[in-house]
Design a protein around this ligand. Structure first.
Ligand code: MG
Length: 249
């Protein structure tokens, strides 16, 4: 019997990566997933620059989804057929689904005073390090926004409606709110799965996450896992990535 091709979508913060943002604790998990034959697709609110840091540290060379479903980066040699993409960027074909950063920043700049908003675009690197606890090197990579913003501080939840009324979407990650265009992690993953099935035929899809912004992803895969206490009808709760390895056998 031909083995089914397996893809796993992984959230980063609070899922693969712990509170100290170090890639090392994830090495064993990534190696074990590779050994089990998984294609490993990071699907996170993190930027391209941050995800490239973790890809390099963990030797992951599959496509990746940045800034809450805003764009899919596909290494140029990855699929042996042509497909529609938005632009070429370095070694990647990029499929853009979200909104340009300038549009998002402009909307937030107009609301920032009224709602006391702090986000990457109106913070210095020291402030970013304080809000996120990121080390300086990673804070600088996180500030290289292309499609979304992260709200670190607000004084009134009314900003959520104000952002929505401007045609943007807002979703809750493990720590902060993300503001992005009309997309989500599930929409981008669905599109990438379509490319995988053109390549491999039958594809078995897995996903792991810990936040509400992972729910659209859980909706579109057969095997979904939540780290922590949130509940989703299609997902199994687990305590850690190590437990995932036991559960999937
Ligand atoms: Mg998370």
């Amino acid at each position: 019997m031909k083995m089914k091709m397996k893809v796993i979508f992984l959230d980063l913060d609070g899922t693969l990566i712990g509170d100290d943002y170090s890639p090392e604790p994830a090495e064993k998990v990534i190696d074990e997933l590779k050994r089990k034959g998984f294609r490993i697709v990071f699907n996170s609110s993190k930027t391209r620059a941050e995800q490239e840091y973790y890809r390099k540290a963990l030797n992951v060379e599959d496509p990746f989804i940045v800034e809450t479903g805003s764009a899919i980066y596909i290494p140029k040699e990855y699929f042996p057929f042509t497909f529609n993409f938005t632009r070429e960027g370095g070694d990647y074909f990029v499929i853009e689904l979200g909104e340009r950063y300038e549009v998002i920043k402009k909307a937030l700049d107009e609301l920032s005073e009224k709602f006391g908003l702090k986000y990457y675009g109106n913070s210095g690197v020291e402030e970013v390090m304080n809000f996120t606890r990121l080390p300086r090197q990673l804070a600088e990579l996180a500030m290289m926004r292309e499609y979304s913003e992260t709200i670190f501080r607000w004084k009134d939840e009314g900003f959520i409606e104000a952002i929505k009324s401007r045609g943007l979407r807002i979703s809750k990650g493990s720590r902060f709110y993300n503001v992005h265009g009309n997309t989500d992690k599930g929409k981008a993953a669905h599109l990438l799965l379509h490319l995988y099935s053109r390549f491999f035929g039958d594809v078995e899809a897995y996903a792991v996450g810990d936040g509400l912004n992972d729910f659209p992803l859980f909706d579109i895969v057969k095997n979904a896992f939540i780290i922590g206490n949130l509940r989703h009808p299609n997902a199994v709760n687990i305590n850690s990535m190590e437990e995932l390895l036991e559960v999937i056998g």
